[in-house]
Design a protein around this ligand. Structure first.
Ligand code: PGA
Length: 252
């Protein structure tokens, strides 16, 4: 069986300030203690990237962007390219988060172009996907997420590494989570789709679970088959909660 080192990534969304430096320092300390078992990263807002990049430089805590433009540079007011994320020391960029798909009308084709840009910059795209509540209730979850994966995922070259984050839209920020059986079913379907798309390399792709991951539900979620880590929103803002989730992920 292919070994996949677990990844716990924190999506700060539009939260945090320069005063968050203390939380980042505490996260770095915790990440050092877990580095052999689990990879950790934070995705702060872009204005904190320079500060966070300097703090995490050379440490076990990685840096990620929350989004990027597909082009490397140019007249795109307000946007940030994957190359710029690489320049501040990022290892990852989230693409296709449901908040971007919903609020900014991003299609899977846009997401695929952005993911390709992240690979071009030498970073790992964390490609987010997941079903809406109406789709789950209609029994369409597995077909919806398989189609999203197919349409949002570039075929990476040999050196490229992608990460998938399965985030049911109805579980994000709501305190609701699917049952462990539902998580296992969704991740199993995504693994199958990855194998179909990438062949043997699909086995090495990490599939994170995201949506209301908290210290008290992390152990169950993280020991579910084919769950290779977590994408954490609200609970990633405080070092104590974020580290508790990472420890659960490491099986401690
Ligand atoms: P949440 O967010 O953990 O606050 O539910 C997860 C996400 O949106 O990535």
């Amino acid at each position: 069986m292919t070994e996949r080192k677990k990844l716990v990534a924190g999506n700060w969304k539009m939260n945090g300030s320069r005063a968050s430096a203390d939380e980042i320092r505490a996260m770095i300390q915790g990440a050092e203690a877990l580095r052999s078992q689990v990879e950790m990263a934070i995705c702060p807002p872009a204005v904190l990237a320079g500060l966070a990049g300097d703090l995490v430089s050379g440490s076990a805590l990685g840096l990620g962007g929350q989004d990027c433009h597909a082009e490397p540079a140019g007249a795109f007011t307000g946007d940030i390219s994957a190359e710029m994320w690489a320049d501040v020391g990022a290892r990852y960029v989230l693409v296709g988060h449901s908040e971007r798909r919903t609020a900014y009308g991003e299609t899977s084709e846009t997401v695929r172009a952005k993911a390709g840009a992240v690979l071009r910059a030498g970073l790992q795209p964390i490609i987010c996907l997941g079903e809406r509540l109406s789709e789950r209730e209609a029994g369409e979850t597995l077909s919806v997420i398989a189609e999203q994966l197919e349409r949002s995922t570039p075929v990476p070259d040999e050196t490229g590494g992608i990460v998938i984050a399965y985030e049911p839209v109805w579980a994000i920020g709501t305190g609701l989570t699917p049952t462990l059986a539902q998580v296992a079913e969704a991740h199993g379907r995504l693994r199958q789709a990855l194998r179909a798309r990438l062949g043997a390399r699909g086995e090495g792709v990490r599939i994170l679970y995201g949506g209301s991951v908290k210290p008290d539900n992390a152990a169950g979620l993280m020991s579910t088959p084919d769950v290779d880590g977590a994408l954490v929103g609200g609970a990633s803002l405080k070092a104590a909660d974020f580290l508790a989730i990472a420890r659960a992920c490491a099986g401690r």
